[in-house]
Design a protein around this ligand. Sequence first.
Ligand code: ASP
Length: 298
Amino acid sequence: MQPKLIVHGGAWVWPDERDSVLEAGLEAAIHAGWAILQAGGHALDAVEASVRVMEDLPQFNAGTGSLLNAAGIVEMDALIADGASLDFGAVAGVQRVRHPISLARRVLADTPHCFFAGPGADGLAMMLGEETVPNLALVSEAELRNFRERRSSEGGDTVGAVALDAVGNLVAGTSTGGTPHKMPGRVGDSPIFGSGGYADNALGAASATGKGEEILRVLLCRTAVEFIARGLDAQAAADAARDTVVRRLGADVNVGLILIDRRGGFGAIQTTPKMATAWVDADGRVRTCMAGPRFDEV
Ligand code: ASP
């Protein structure tokens, strides 16, 4: 089976001048994950590798570069979903973890639990030997300046990856610093199984971005995958999920989603003006789109 990989760097709106720096980050993320898939590696490793690259880049709102909350603290959420076992690992409100996606992976692989939050999750990172850093080390200069000058940060730039490996494993991962000026303790969709990410080898896998308070209410990723169960291909399932959220919550929602179905088809939607996306096409070329791609057209 031909492996597949798609990544996103958030759905929202940002000035066009920002496109190239996001694009460069997405390409680096794709290369990291694709090298693993090309060598016959597992989709879990590919998704973790792609998301880690974006967590290290300050242009993305995940890991280093996360947005500050209203109290001036970084609180990060992440999820990795394993379609083979329908199992997942997730963390919420972590303040000291350099790579929340890797901690989520360790929750999945090395604990009897699925989800850790707050100080317990930071403590687990230390216990498991995951890299921890002072909270301030996760803050980009631009974000610090925005906070000090009380300028509003732009939303978006959350990251996610979805992969299908050569033996048919589907995996989704999502990592975020959350929404601008969120209240301390607020958790969005990103670490919630079925909302911010979902994977089932029998159907498909998805990663979401946008306003968590909207994504959570429609379990966006599970909803999209449910449409695959009803016989739709990946793009049609993504479209149906977007129609559902718009019908139920209104036309002014801010959500985005990337999806791979079990046959390797891609799907993507966004209701926002932009969604930073990159993928590897059928000829093995890396493609990017800042306006959100449609896979019945590319
Ligand atoms: N979905 C994320 C959250 O609500 C934010 C984003 O995707 O930009 O925390």
